[in-house]
Design a protein around this ligand. Structure first.
Ligand code: LMR
Length: 393
């Protein structure tokens, strides 16, 4: 029976990780998978995380099950961080999930249970695993225009025109901040307009929030999500702590559903049920780290300070790369790199150019020309700029 299985298409981001590892060239540069790296190329455990873990080691007395929804203190702390004063606890249901991917998957399953015909409207482009999960589950999806490859900016008119055709009961998937893979984001005024349009169409928003704190700051990066939460009667939020707490392998996510208070109990029950069906109890260690940090003023301050260093470091690399490319190409063609936010920028290069950069310069970029800015440092920025400029000669 197992012999009937067919090979699955490789995940492009993970396949790139593997080919980077196999490349023997010492000067190779990894700008592939979305993992934060410091100037030495390490992904450090954040100070506050280490301290929270040390405290947990001492204080934890059991590893028994917590609850299907995870620890309510975790949902409370993280939802407050995300929604701030847009949070109305009486209209929220939430479950802990294995990472942001788990939150997305559980959210898709929940939509499927509520309305199997709901079409997901996804940005063109979006994180490839969104599409792969929707395909696996069998949920219909269509793309809305989002990124203009020629300018490196959001095609807002195109986006609004496409979202204007969304049917009632459909789902509009948006990236809360730091759009993956493009790095191009909506302004506050544009978020307002998108929220109004989704409301007018009678659709629900599904926010994937995986990089809060990596763009313009923790509060600023939640602006879009909060606008949607204030304006829409119903929405889903899939959040990840992998990046902003640097706890990738702990698989720490949260699925939140905002709805009419009269429906919260049933929505919560369905989320719990889905956790039980798919993996039973969610992972707890990462969630407990996050809760420990967010419920302690000193740890929170230290975590915010370190996150801010990471964020401003990435911004400086963006500025440096944009300036270097301006100099080498004698044009402002790549200035959008400095305007983009988060870990990623899509450069608008062809697959052939991306391949040439890998072959000739040992720089690993995802095939759609997405770079992970955090994979750079002051020394490697000029090398990347040279490699990009060379593909234009
Ligand atoms: C990425 O886009 O590189 C990250 O979200 C990691 C992943 O799992 O793909």
């Amino acid at each position: 029976m197992l012999g009937n299985l067919k090979d699955q298409p490789a995940d492009k981001i993970l396949a790139l990780m593997a080919s980077y590892r196999e490349d023997p060239r010492a000067e190779k540069i990894d700008l592939g998978v979305g993992v934060y790296k410091d100037a030495q190329g390490n992904t450090p455990i954040m100070r506050a995380v280490k301290e929270a873990e040390a405290r947990l080691l001492k204080s934890e007395t059991t590893k028994s099950y917590v609850a299907l929804a995870g620890d309510p203190a975790y949902a409370k702390a993280l939802s407050e961080l995300i929604l701030g004063d847009a949070l109305a606890a009486d209209r929220m249901a939430a479950v802990a999930t294995p990472g942001g991917t788990g939150a997305f998957r559980q959210g898709v399953d929940l939509v499927r249970m509520a309305n199997p015909d709901a079409t997901f409207h996804v940005s063109a482009p979006t994180w490839p695993n969104h599409l792969s999960i929707l395909k696996t589950v069998g949920q219909p999806f269509v793309e809305y225009r989002y990124f203009d490859n020629a300018t490196g900016e959001v095609d807002f008119d195109g986006m609004m025109e496409d979202l204007g055709k969304v049917a009632s009961g459909d789902v509009v998937l948006v990236h809360g901040c730091c759009h993956n893979p493009t790095g191009a984001n909506l302004t506050e005024a544009q978020w307002e307009a998108v929220a109004d349009l989704i409301g007018e169409r009678g659709a629900i928003a599904f926010v994937d929030l995986a990089y809060q704190g990596f763009g313009d700051g923790l509060e600023e990066d939640a602006t879009g999500t909060r606008i949607l939460a204030r304006k829409l009667p119903e929405m889903l939020i899939g959040a990840s702590c992998s990046k902003n707490f640097g706890i990738y392998r702990e698989r720490t996510g949260l699925l939140m559903g905002l709805c009419d208070p009269a429906h919260v109990k049933t929505v919560q029950g369905n989320m719990n049920h889905l956790n039980r069906q798919n993996f039973s109890f969610p992972p707890d260690h990462g969630a407990r780290i996050v809760t420990t940090i967010l419920n302690d003023a000193e740890l929170t301050a230290d975590w915010k300070a370190e996150l801010e260093e990471m964020r401003t470091g990435m911004l400086a690399l963006r500025e440096q790369l944009a300036a270097e490319l301006r100099r080498l190409t004698n044009s402002d063609r790549f200035d959008f790199i400095a305007r983009h936010r988060g870990m990623f920028s899509r450069l608008g290069l062809s697959p052939e150019q991306v391949e040439a950069i890998r072959k000739d310069f040992a720089v690993y970029i995802v095939g759609d020309s997405r770079i992970n800015v955090a994979g750079l440092n002051e020394e490697t920025v000029p090398k990347l700029a040279q490699a990009i400029a060379a593909t234009y000669e």
